[in-house]
Design a protein around this ligand. Structure first.
Ligand code: ADE
Ligand code: ZN
Length: 346
């Protein structure tokens, strides 16, 4: 793809207008404070915050765990199928407005089943919103079930059993929650079983945890993508491996900023990852908590670094489609549309 020069002043417009895939979004992390309070009222759930403003004031995170404590509390308002449906629909509407044309959405069933919500309630609500999204918002969406790594492998196996009657409603499994002290290899057997069952495999690794966790996510869990993975730049051999095998990293710049993985966006290593030949992508992670959906992640990251230009925008968008789990023919169509958009950008 030959790229015409783009006036830096028009870069934000290019970033907003280009078609994108989002591969790293926790649907529970799309719950805006207003919706948390609306669902709490609807379901008569008591929240430990007086109002929306008080909740928003609590969004001052120092690390991953300080965020997860509030994130799990926020998810406690989700009880009925309609709640899961409404949350997912609200996300898909916002994503489509950012020109996201395909999303692969994480969900954390253990957060809900532990409160007595059934897998059927969760998946029927999430899946219905995803199934309606192409006609309603012009965006395709699929679901990835994430195991909570602070819980046991036995708990993950039980969750998989509960989900198997709905196996046509999600395409893959992932691993999230508190990383340090919960290495990928803790889940070796459940991921091996998911692989046998034909699920796509991803895992959070190298967000706060060491490069060793990225190695074991690849070599023990045999994942196809690494979620975050930004700590990989501390290990030159790992960087070579990720580049050689074209393992995508689903990078989330505003998340990394808000969870203090980098002191500021100007220090983020996104450009370094791209320069090393890695298949890096940009994603929002938990947009309601980290101050922005896809377009904010792109525009704020590019605004913070004059080293990022139109060719990086193109590479990131293209990587998103190439790292997605859509069929090859669908991927080709998305890349063709991306090329046409860049060609026509004046
Ligand atoms: N769950 C939701 N967001 C997460 C993140 N950034 N890391 C790990 N687990 C998560
Ligand atoms: Zn995440």
């Amino acid at each position: 793809m030959h790229l015409k020069p783009v006036n830096p002043e028009r870069l934000p417009e290019l970033l907003r207008r280009m078609p994108k895939a989002e591969l790293h979004i926790h649907i529970e992390g799309s719950l805006e404070p207003e919706m948390i309070f609306a669902l709490a009222a609807r379901n008569r759930v008591q929240l430990p915050y007086a109002n929306v403003e008080a909740l928003r004031r609590a969004y001052a995170f120092t690390d991953l765990q300080s965020f997860l404590d509030i994130y799990y509390a926020g998810a406690s308002v989700l009880l009925e199928e309609a709640d899961f449906y409404d949350m997912t629909r609200a996300y898909l509407r916002k994503a489509a407005a950012d020109n996201v044309v395909h999303a692969e959405i994480f969900f954390d069933p253990q957060t809900h089943t532990a409160r007595g919500v059934s897998m059927a309630t969760i998946l029927n609500g999430l899946h219905r919103a995803c199934a309606e999204a192409p006609a309603e918002f012009g965006i395709s969406a699929s679901l990835i079930l994430c195991f909570l790594r602070h819980l046991s492998e036995q708990d993950a196996f039980e969750t998989l059993e509960q989900a198997l009657p709905f196996r046509d409603q999600f395409i893959g499994v992932g691993l999230d929650s508190g990383e340090v002290g919960n290495p990928p290899e803790k889940f070796a057997r459940v991921f091996a079983r998911c692989r046998e069952l034909g699920f796509r495999l991803v895992a959070h690794a190298g967000e706060e945890g060491p490069p060793a966790y990225v190695w074991t996510a690849l070599d023990v869990l045999k994942v196809e993508r690494i979620d975050h993975g930004v700590q990989a730049s501390k290990d030159a051999l790992l960087m070579q491996r990720l580049a050689k095998d074209r393992i995508a990293l689903t990078v989330c710049p505003l998340s990394n900023l808000k969870l203090c993985v980098f002191p500021d966006l100007a220090s983020h290593n996104l450009r370094e990852l791209l320069d090393a030949g890695l298949v890096a992508t940009v994603n929002s992670d938990d947009p309601a908590y980290f101050g922005g959906y896809m377009n904010e992640n792109f525009t704020q990251t590019f605004a913070a670094s004059s080293a990022l230009g139109a060719q990086h925008a193109y590479a990131l968008a293209r990587n998103g489609f190439e790292a997605s789990f859509v069929d090859a023919s669908v991927m080709r169509r998305h890349v063709d549309r991306l090329d046409a958009m860049f060609d026509g950008f004046r």
